[in-house]
Unconditional design. Structure first.
Length: 177
């Protein structure tokens, strides 16, 4: 049996003797009233920072960030291994400028090729290279071994978390429900 993944240190180990978000929520209640939404949002934002840092640390040996990894995975999942940049942005729910920058970095690393879209004279396709596919396989193995930096949660808790955030995504209009 292999040893469990241990989270890397994230932006310095705080290890405070109290929960600063809980403390802020208590103070919030005194000054402004109910604090549940503020505490939840602040916790989500901190969790985002922690996860992004840990995932980027896991992906660094592959010269990837999580954003670049997501783009490579999306290309891997596509039938032809290529997608228009506009479709990448739509599927990853990011601004076109972010897609351009991400694909540019992947191209410079030899993980994707950029080419004119034959169906759209002005459009651009990103196509994953063999090296890109190898990188996705290796990076995915590392992420899976680390349970995507979430080994402290079992399958049931992860499912509950997904459902809770899905509600938020539906309310934001990410997709039709």
């Amino acid at each position: 049996m292999r040893p469990r993944y241990r989270s890397p240190v994230v932006t310095g180990q705080l290890n405070l003797p109290f929960d600063p978000i809980e403390r802020a929520a208590e103070t919030w209640r005194v000054h402004f009233g109910p604090s549940s939404a503020m505490a939840a949002v602040t916790s989500i934002m901190r969790a985002h920072q922690i996860l992004l840092s840990q995932l980027d640390t896991l992906l660094k040996p592959h010269d990837l960030t999580f954003a670049r990894y997501e783009a490579l995975v999306l290309l891997t999942f596509s039938k032809a291994g290529a997608l228009p940049l506009s479709k990448i942005g739509e599927r990853l729910m990011v601004h076109p400028t972010s897609v351009t920058n991400t694909v540019g970095r992947l191209e410079r690393a030899g993980l994707v090729l950029r080419m004119p879209n034959p169906r759209d004279g002005r459009g651009v396709l990103a196509e994953i290279t063999d090296r890109g596919r190898e990188t996705v396989r290796a990076a995915t193995a590392d992420l899976m071994e680390a349970d995507f930096a979430m080994p402290m949660y079992d399958e049931a808790k992860l499912g509950q978390m997904f459902d809770l955030f899905r509600t938020l995504r539906v309310a934001a209009g990410d997709f039709r429900h």
